[in-house]
Ligand binder design. Structure first.
Ligand code: GLP
Length: 250
C-alpha cells in the first residue's frame, strides 16, 4: 500500500482504533461542555461501534467522563419495530451504551420504528437536530453496499431523513440477528446523506477483511450515490478509522 490519504488512520486492531476515537470524543465532550453547551453526537449501530461504546463506558466509570451534557441523534431505525423489539436500534443503544452512562433520557434521539406519520416524524427529526445546534461529531459504520446510516445505493448527496427500502444485501447481513431473512424488516428510517454531511466532524469505523473492498471504493473510488460513503471524500473533516484487514485493499 502506498501512503494512505491523510483522512485515513490505520490501527493494529479494532480495540486500538476505538480507544483512539473514544479518547477524541471524551476530549470533544469536555471542550464543548466547557464552552457552556451540550456536545451533540450522531451515533451508529452495528457490531462495529460496540468496542467504542465499551471504551466510552470505561472512560465514564474510571475517568470521570460525563454524558450529562451530551445530546445524541442516532442514524436510523428499522421500520415496523417498536422500541421494545430485541433487534430495534432503541434496544441496541440502551443495552450497549445509554444504560451504562449518565446521559439524560430527554437528550437521546432515535428515529421511531413505528411513527404515526412517517413524513412528519422525519421532518421533526431534522428539526430536532437543528434545534440542538447541529451535530458536532457523527459516528458512522459502513454496510457492504457502501451505505452510511441506511442510505442504500441511489441515495443522493442532499437526501434528508426519510423512509428507505433496504437493499437485499443489507437484509441478508441482518438475517442471522433476526433468526432468518423473512423476519428482517424491508424498510427503515434513516438520516439522509445531506443530514449526515452537515455534521461538523465525521468518523467512520470499519473493521475486518469483509469491509476491505467497500472501504476501498468509499475512499479511492468515484464519488457516487451508488456508494453513499464516498460522499465523505467531499467533507472537510471526515476521518476513516480502520484496522489493518479493512485497509488491506487501499
Ligand atoms: C447497519 C447499520 C449501519 C451499519 C451497518 C454495518 O446497516 N444501519 O449503520 O454501519 O449495519 O454493520 P456492522 O457494523 O455490523 O458491520
Amino acid at each position: 500500500m502506498a501512503q494512505p490519504p491523510s483522512n485515513v488512520r490505520i490501527f493494529p486492531d479494532r480495540e486500538a482504533a476505538c480507544r483512539s476515537l473514544a479518547s477524541e470524543l471524551a476530549g470533544l465532550i469536555r471542550t464543548i461542555n466547557s464552552e457552556g453547551r451540550n456536545a451533540v453526537l450522531g451515533l451508529a449501530t452495528g457490531n462495529t461501534p460496540i468496542p467504542l461504546y465499551q471504551e466510552l463506558i470505561r472512560l465514564h466509570r474510571e475517568e470521570d467522563v460525563s454524558f450529562e451534557r451530551v445530546t445524541t441523534f442516532n442514524l436510523d431505525e428499522y421500520l415496523g419495530l417498536g422500541r421494545d423489539h430485541p433487534e430495534s436500534y432503541w434496544t441496541f443503544m440502551h443495552r450497549q451504551l445509554f444504560d451504562h452512562v449518565d446521559i439524560r433520557a430527554e437528550n437521546i434521539h432515535i428515529p421511531s420504528g413505528d411513527p404515526d406519520d412517517i413524513a412528519t416524524h422525519c421532518a421533526g427529526y431534522e428539526q430536532a437536530i437543528r434545534d440542538a445546534g447541529g451535530i458536532d461529531f457523527q459516528l458512522l459504520g459502513i454496510g457492504r453496499t457502501g451505505h452510511i446510516g441506511f442510505n442504500e445505493p441511489g441515495s443522493p448527496s442532499d437526501s434528508r431523513t426519510r423512509c428507505i427500502e433496504l437493499d437485499p444485501v443489507t437484509r441478508q447481513d441482518a438475517a442471522p440477528a433476526f433468526g432468518g431473512l423473512d423476519a428482517v424488516p424491508t424498510h427503515a428510517i434513516t438520516m439522509g446523506c445531506g443530514t449526515i454531511l452537515e455534521a461538523r466532524r465525521i468518523g467512520l469505523l470499519a473493521f475486518g477483511e469483509k469491509k476491505a473492498s467497500i472501504v476501498r471504493e468509499a475512499i479511492e473510488g468515484p464519488v457516487t450515490p451508488q456508494v453513499s460513503a464516498s460522499f465523505l471524500q467531499k467533507h472537510p473533516d471526515a476521518t476513516f478509522y480502520l484496522d489493518r484487514p479493512a485497509a488491506a485493499d487501499l
